[in-house]
Each structure stands twice: as C-alpha cells, then as structure tokens.
Write a protein that binds this ligand. Structure first.
Ligand SMILES: C[S@@+](CC[C@H](N)C(=O)[O-])C[C@H]1O[C@@H](n2cnc3c(N)ncnc32)[C@H](O)[C@@H]1O
Length: 258
C-alpha cells in the first residue's frame, strides 16, 4: 500500500546493492542452464572423466528447488554418483543404483526394477543413455545398447518412468536429461519422443535447455564437417521436469484434454 501511494517518479526505498543482490542468487532463474565445468562449491561431485557425467550445478539446482533437508533423492542410473554427492552435501538423503555400480555406495539394480518401496522419494534424477553411442558395460540389460531410432528404446524408457513414478511420493519431481541425435545423415528428435512417453506418466512442470560441454564432437574438425556437410552438432540437452500426479487427479489423461 505504501508503494502505491508514491508518485511514479519517486525512487523506491531499496538500496541499489539490494537490487543487485537479487540477481546474484546461485539458483538458476531461467530455462537456460550453462555450467562450464563439473566443479562444485559443495565439494567433489561425481567423476568429471566419466563419459556422460551430469553437471553438478544442474543437480544442485534440482535438489535445492524440489527437496528439503532430510528428503530422499533417488538416481536409478547413478553412473559416477553426481546426484548422490550433491544431494548429501546439501543435507538430503540419497540412494543410487546402476547396472554397473562404480562406487560402493551405488547398488546394482536395473532401473526398471528399483529396489525401493512405493512413494519414498521426493526427487528422482535420471540422466539416461541417449542411444547406443556410449558403451557403459557388458550387461545386456543396459539401455545404452538400444539405438534411439528403435521404438524399443522408448518402450524401455517408459518402463523406467513407470518405476520412478512408483518410487516417488505424490507431488514428487522427476528430472530427466536427454539429448537428440544426429548420425549417418539422420536426425532423431529423441527429446520430443521421450517427452511424449513421460507426459503419459507425469504432469509436465517445465523444460530446461542444458548446455552441452565437453562433447566428443566439440572440435574444430567436427565444426568444419557440420558446416561443410550442412548438419548441426548437438549444443544442448533437454532437462525435462515433471511431477507425479496427486491420486485425486485420476490416471493417465491424454495431453489434449488437460
Ligand atoms: C549418462 S550415465 C549417468 C551419469 C551420472 N548421472 C553421472 O553423473 O555420472 C547413464 C548410466 O545409466 C546406466 N544404465 C544403463 N542402463 C541401465 C539400466 N537398465 N538400469 C540401471 N542403469 C542403467 C549406465 O550404466 C550409466 O552409468
């Protein structure tokens, strides 16, 4: 009320430093996230040398936005353990599984059969294989063995999504990182195809563009090829944010009716 009674030209009674400090928060405010490296102010997080490591800044933002201290964060494809390290450094509980556990605090499990009870987690972070471009291990159940051009890829990701929904509490958030693919002259919109799967299981919250650094194709030679042969190198990943529906809202509702 006091503000409304002031003339338009009157300066607001807020010091310039206070306004400036609003823009200095360490939580991302927009849907464009660009973390130049894996480094974390919270201490070691994952293994920067691991092929496909999740940026620690990405996990930090997710944990701070969607959980409180003491909440449980789950990563069913934990890789080098970035999610676990960041969540624990922020005072959350964290459990991670992978077909190829690379640390003792990561359990061996298939993401389609997560050994957790129903409704225990507040946040699930999934940075899945994007196709069959990276060899994660020898286990035939590895989803990184299925090419993204194969409809089976999306059918199996749907099973992961369904399992994550089971493990999340109502209102819990799923954050899923994925990239499109271009190879052998063919573009596959993996992000849109996966989003189509996820929205059958969850309510969309938002989509973040996550800048892709340190990709193997990030070299002058590949940049030359992209220009010469008229295609694009991948510059970003999708980070899909979705929420588990509350029971009162019904089952899987077609997108167009919501
Ligand atoms: C992109 S990496 C995850 C990176 C991780 N967030 C990090 O920061 O290190 C994908 C992981 O999914 C795992 N994976 C593939 N198929 C799986 C499955 N069916 N169940 C569990 N993990 C699987 C791979 O072993 C690999 O570690």
């Amino acid at each position: 009320m006091a503000l409304a009674s002031q003339p338009d030209s009157a300066p607001l009674p807020v010091a310039p430093e206070a306004w400036a400090s609003l823009a200095r928060g360490d939580l991302e405010a927009s849907t464009f996230w660009d973390f130049p490296d894996q480094g974390s102010p919270l201490g070691p997080a994952g293994d920067a040398r691991f092929n496909g490591v999740t940026p620690s800044g990405c996990v930090r933002n997710l944990v701070r936005r969607y959980t409180r201290p003491g909440d449980l964060v789950v990563d069913p494809m934990a890789g080098s353990g970035t999610t676990l390290d960041v969540a624990r450094a922020l005072g959350r509980r964290a459990v991670g599984f992978d077909l190829v556990p690379r640390r003792r605090d990561i359990g061996r499990a298939d993401a389609r059969a997560c050994p957790l009870a129903d409704g225990v987690a507040t946040l699930a972070v999934v940075d899945s294989p994007y196709s069959d471009n990276v060899r994660y291990g020898e286990d035939p159940r590895c989803l990184g063995r299925i090419p993204c051009e194969d409809p089976r890829f999306y059918a199996e990701m749907a099973r992961v999504a369904s399992e994550v929904r089971r493990v999340l509490a109502p209102g819990g958030v799923l954050a899923w990182i994925i990239s499109d693919a271009y190879r052998a002259g063919r573009y596959t919109p993996v992000g849109f195809l996966l989003f189509d799967v996820l929205r059958r299981h969850f309510d969309p919250v938002d989509t973040i563009v996550l800048v892709r650094h340190h990709d193997r194709s990030g070299s002058p030679l590949w940049e030359h090829r992209a220009r010469r042969f008229n295609f694009y190198l991948r510059g970003f990943k999708f980070l899909f944010l979705l929420r588990k529906r509350d029971p009162g809202q019904g089952g899987d509702i077609p997108w167009t009716t919501r």
